[in-house]
Design a protein around this ligand. Structure first.
Ligand code: ADP
Ligand code: MG
Length: 417
């Protein structure tokens, strides 16, 4: 064994898994991997919290694969749950690469295509399932899955999985899984609300927190531009994309419509190749876009928050927040796309007057001041259209009222006249 891999050996990896981590090119464990692998091997319930891009996937996959050892029977013995099909596919791919030198069988279950082929795959025998909760339940109901041998459950992106949309599904799932099993939760953010919910099924967990919560990867240089309106944002974006330094860029927007519009605009302006992904796009179109982005065939990916969670794209040079996210944790997740796996990255956020309020809340959350950058002189500053200035005024009113419920509102005063 290459002495470079000694740190992995110290974690009691067997020969197959040592070859697996070499296969992935991981010379040494990351902090979260170092801290999580021993207690997971020891059978503890573990809550693992670490910023995006720090290798949480392998932090649970490696001990899971070690515990499963070799193929056995036909029924699954462990299950990993994740919120989206893209993420399920990515985790399954990661697992297959790590376990290439074992005979373990990993099956990915996700929606968007019929369940028939997946059920067929399960009947051939499986050791580890990676699944979205919805599809797992669906297959269980079709009697395509026997759960009694499941000894370990992992919930990845736990904060998202335990939000209001997912929690009912998750509770249903817990009903059909054996009560006596090891439970593992992983997430970049772990709000108190989620912690409380987790107590429903986690007895005496070991909580492993590698960095303070909601701290963006330190390797990300963060900047912000003050822009008066949408049209100026477009000018700024165009200007920025003229620089070849921005060689692999993710742009985030608040809505699906603006993701599509920006995509079309950039395509027409010859600043691509560019694609957009969001929940209205078909499964294949989304997967293809991500694959092409990873391979470098496309330069710019425009996305809404929902579609991007957890997607690991190595070496994204820049993240551009065309809109400031209103769910503040999303900021951390967004900029986690860049600076992954110890690469240097840069994030640029466009801030309209209506966003000032939100960006301050974000700065408080991440306990960091985002660098204020001045608009490059080449960027044409446009005047604000009437509809947009009304929207901005209304939003600022709403913010002031939120902070001070007695406030009557300048905007509404004006409207009454
Ligand atoms: P997280 O889930 O914490 O956001 P991922 O598990 O998706 O992070 O890993 C982020 C990137 O880091 C991936 O490209 C992964 O292959 C890589 N990575 C994971 N562990 C290591 C390691 N020990 N050494 C080098 N790269 C790693
Ligand atoms: Mg992850």
């Amino acid at each position: 064994m290459d002495p470079k891999y000694a740190a992995w050996e110290a974690l009691k990896l067997n020969k197959q898994l040592l070859e697996g981590v070499q296969n992935c090119g991981f010379r040494e464990p990351t902090a979260i991997q170092l801290k999580c692998i021993p207690p997971i091997l020891g059978g503890a319930h573990v809550i693992g919290i670490a910023q995006t891009g720090t290798g949480k996937t392998a932090a649970y996959l490696i001990p899971l694969l070690l515990k499963l050892r070799y193929r056995q029977g036909v029924n699954p013995r462990a299950v990993v749950l994740a919120p989206t099909k893209e993420l399920v596919l990515q985790i399954a791919e990661h697992g297959k690469k790590l376990s290439e030198f074992t005979d373990l069988r990993i099956v990915a279950l996700y929606g968007g295509i019929g369940p028939k082929a997946q059920i067929e795959e399960l009947t051939q025998g499986v050791d580890l399932i990676i699944a979205t909760p919805g599809r797992l339940m669906e297959i269980y109901r079709k009697e395509g899955l026997v759960t009694k041998s499941i000894q370990t459950m992992v919930i990845d992106e736990a904060d998202r999985m335990m939000d209001l949309n997912f929690m009912p599904q998750l509770r249903q799932l817990l009903e059909i899984l054996p009560v006596k099993k090891q439970n593992l939760l992983f997430s970049a953010t772990f709000p108190a609300r989620v912690e409380k919910l987790s107590q429903e099924f986690l007895d005496f967990p070991v909580k492993i927190e590698v960095t303070p919560q909601a701290t963006p990867a330190v390797s990300v240089k963060q900047g912000r531009y003050a822009v008066p309106n949408f049209r100026t944002k477009i000018n700024l974006l165009t200007h920025l994309l003229k620089s070849p330094d921005l060689n692999r860029v993710m742009i985030f927007t608040r809505t699906k419509e603006s993701a599509d519009n920006i995509c079309k605009y950039l395509d027409r302006s010859g600043l691509g190749p560019v694609r957009s992904i969001h929940s209205n796009k078909g499964q294949n179109s989304r997967i293809n876009a991500i694959r092409e982005f990873k391979s470098g065939e496309i330069r710019v990916l425009v996305s809404t928050d929902v579609s991007s969670r957890g997607i690991d794209v190595i070496k994204v040079s820049h993240v551009i927040n065309f809109d400031v996210p209103v769910v503040y944790d999303d900021y951390v997740h967004r900029i986690g796309r860049t600076g992954r796996a110890f690469e240097l990255g840069e994030s640029l956020t466009f801030v309209t007057p209506a966003d000032e309020y939100h960006i301050e809340k974000i700065e408080a959350l991440i306990k960091t001041r985002i660098n204020k950058l001045s608009l490059p002189s080449e960027v044409q500053v446009e005047s604000t259209e009437f509809g947009e200035s009304q929207d901005i005024a209304r939003e600022i009113d709403r913010q002031i009222r939120r902070e001070n419920p007695d406030y009557q509102g300048a905007f509404h005063d004006r409207k009454k006249k």
